[in-house]
Design a protein around this ligand. Structure first.
Ligand SMILES: [Zn+2]
Ligand SMILES: [Zn+2]
Ligand SMILES: [Zn+2]
Length: 113
């Protein structure tokens, strides 16, 4: 990972958290071979810990010369009634989001038949 292939290192993405793909708008082009091709994902790992926290990590790699453009990490966890998402990547930037997971009250749902 060198950072020279990226326009803006680790931009602030607000609440955008991605566990797949790449933020290609921020990709300058491979500094090693000067090619600007859609990046490939390599070494994808998914881990789930006992407390339910999920971590996804992978590398953005130049498809032409296998130069590593950036390492991507994404975590998902549940805190009380909230789901928390976090993303950190030199290319895709950093993002964080929190979503309420309050269950629907089944008594208020009408049967469909
Ligand atoms: Zn590079
Ligand atoms: Zn390359
Ligand atoms: Zn990324």
């Amino acid at each position: 990972m060198c950072g020279d292939c990226i326009k803006q290192r680790c931009p602030d993405r607000g609440s955008i958290c991605l566990d797949t793909g790449a933020y290609l708008l921020n990709f300058q082009g491979c500094s090693e071979c000067k090619v600007r091709e859609p990046l490939v994902v390599r070494d994808r790992h998914e881990e789930t810990e006992e407390d339910g926290e999920e971590t996804v990590t992978y590398q953005h790699v130049c498809p032409n010369c296998m130069h590593v453009i950036a390492e991507h990490s994404y975590t998902f966890s549940v805190e009380d009634d909230f789901q928390e998402y976090q993303m950190f990547c030199m290319l895709c930037g950093r993002g964080a989001d929190t979503v309420s997971v309050l269950p629907d009250d089944p008594r208020r749902q009408q049967p469909l038949f």
